[in-house]
Design a protein around this ligand. Structure first.
Ligand SMILES: [Zn+2]
Length: 350
């Protein structure tokens, strides 16, 4: 593969190009490079940036980008797709969230520094060579090890900066989470210069999970249809729920956690969520729902300590059903969350 420091995105219509960007070199002289692939459609349209592995152990998004380039053909594409499947190349090599030597979180140092540490230089090249040249983007993440949450986009606000809700709704997930972000996050820093980047959480770190890969791929296709990069109507659930707060349930004892529900389940007050059993004392703790709620995440690694979060819940006072999208050719599909809730006689406020 040829390494370059300058990226030329100007390719012919119908063309696909692979390359790699050289960001810096390590102590032994080996280069720090991350790969990219560009597809320019036969038709004119916007430029979409797809990236994964800002955190090196988040793998599902890498496969989503592989599939996008395997399945979409330039003959069907309006505009350009830029894929950067592994941004944090050193953390990926180490099978870690961050590079263990530099120890900086890549998703806190955007827009990067030209003469900074290795992680800051990766951020600098990614931001200047790709982010600034895109019209919008989807930044694929997963939860940390053990944090298995439903597929959802995360809207991040900061000091009065509020990103566009529409770009997040365009993925077609049932729930959208909004919380306060931090300086240096990709979606915050790109959003501040007018480039909407949607952070899309699909699954959990260190594994490839077909359910979440499919959800990620479907979200990307919905987004591309929504913004007319592909023909066809995006599929959007009849009710999309915007959630601004969730409740974390901890295990009060250490041991092994046995989940009894899964992400996406609607549960009633006092329903059993899981059991922690201590192999030392023989003690058992039954984790129950404090209220009617929607399971947005469950711990997927069994060994827990006192205070480890084992479930992430949305109570129904905290969710808001969004009004229908004002767009003509959306294909409205049923919402499982809404239907399951109604079946159990639980109301979500409109
Ligand atoms: Zn991440």
């Amino acid at each position: 593969m040829q390494y370059t420091t300058e990226v030329d995105l100007d390719i012919e219509a119908g063309e696909i190009k692979r390359g790699a960007v050289n960001c810096t070199e390590l102590e032994d002289g080996s280069p720090v490079v991350f790969p990219y692939i560009i597809m320019k459609g036969k038709y004119k349209g916007p430029t979409l940036l797809l990236n994964a592995a800002l955190h090196g152990d988040e793998l599902n998004g890498i496969e989503v980008i592989n599939r996008v380039f395997e399945k979409i053909k330039p003959e069907d594409l309006h505009g350009t797709i830029i894929g950067v499947p592994v941004v944090n190349t050193l953390a990926f090599r180490a099978r870690k969230r961050v590079d263990p030597i530099d120890d900086k979180n890549l998703n806190r140092v955007f827009p990067g520094r030209e003469n900074g540490t290795v992680t800051e230089r990766i951020a600098y090249h990614f931001f200047n060579d790709f982010v600034r040249k895109a019209d919008f983007g989807i930044d694929l993440h997963t939860g940390m090890k053990g944090h298995l949450l439903l597929p959802h986009p995360r809207i991040r606000t900061l000091n009065g900066f509020i990103p566009s809700l529409e770009h997040h709704r365009a993925l077609g997930t049932e729930f959208i989470f909004q919380n306060e972000g931090e300086k240096g996050m990709l979606n915050i820093e790109a959003g501040k210069i007018g480039i909407p980047i949607v952070c899309f959480e699909i699954g959990v770190a260190s594994v490839l999970d077909e359910y979440y890969i499919n959800a990620g791929f479907k979200g990307v296709i919905n987004f591309m249809r929504f913004y007319d990069m592909l023909d066809g109507a995006p599929e959007i659930p009849k009710q999309q729920v915007l959630l601004k707060d969730y409740h974390e349930v901890i295990s009060p004892i250490g041991g092994l956690f046995y989940p009894k529900v899964k992400p996406g389940d609607v549960v009633s007050k006092n329903q059993l969520l899981g059991i922690t059993k201590s192999p030392y004392s023989g003690e058992k703790y039954y984790v129950r729902a404090s209220d009617n709620c929607y399971i947005i995440g469950i711990r997927s690694q069994p060994v827990v300590r006192q205070g480890t979060t084992v479930a992430w819940l949305m109570t129904f006072e905290k969710g808001n059903v969004l009004p229908p999208l004002d767009r003509k050719d959306v294909r409205i599909i049923p919402s499982k969350l809404f239907n399951d809730s109604q079946e159990r006689g639980i109301d979500i406020k409109e």
